[in-house]
Ligand binder design. Sequence first.
Ligand SMILES: [Zn+2]
Length: 186
Amino acid sequence: MNKDDIVKELKEGNMRFITDKCTYPNQNKEYIKKLAKEGQKPIAVIVCCSDSRVNPVLFFDRGFGDFFIVRTAGNVLDSHAIESIEFAVNNLKTPLILVLGHTKCGAVTSAIKKQSEDVNGGAIMKSIKPAVDEANSQSGCIIENTTKNNTQNMKDILKNINFKNKVDIISGLYDLETGEVIFYEL
Ligand SMILES: [Zn+2]
């Protein structure tokens, strides 16, 4: 599958989800047995927030083995997250990475409110800060702009990695209220 095919799958799955037409593929015991035996071949790496309301398998209407998911609060990347992504691209040959922000992200809001001192050493806040700084000089909603800038910054980090296999990197936004995913640059 190439990038366009995968994005089409993701869009179709999300459309099924938001229109209550889910088919719940790849979610039975027979299928997990097959995956255990034959190994995983995820169609995409998804970098998203740890927020319990963000669940890519559900809102893309997919199942086991479909996504290699890396989650941190604020969907930021550190060395552990990056190595996990490298494993998927280099070893599992996953051809697409989607960096997915979401609306009403607590980590993003905290970074805007400069609560870094309060949050476990502030590593996550530091990673989001460049997105806040950029948003301060942009017009429009600072939360929306920071969220978008942050996914862009994470995408840029990934674009600077020399993966052993070809990989496309895209980004998007998940709306917590509607369940809809918007792809930024397609
Ligand atoms: Zn979040």
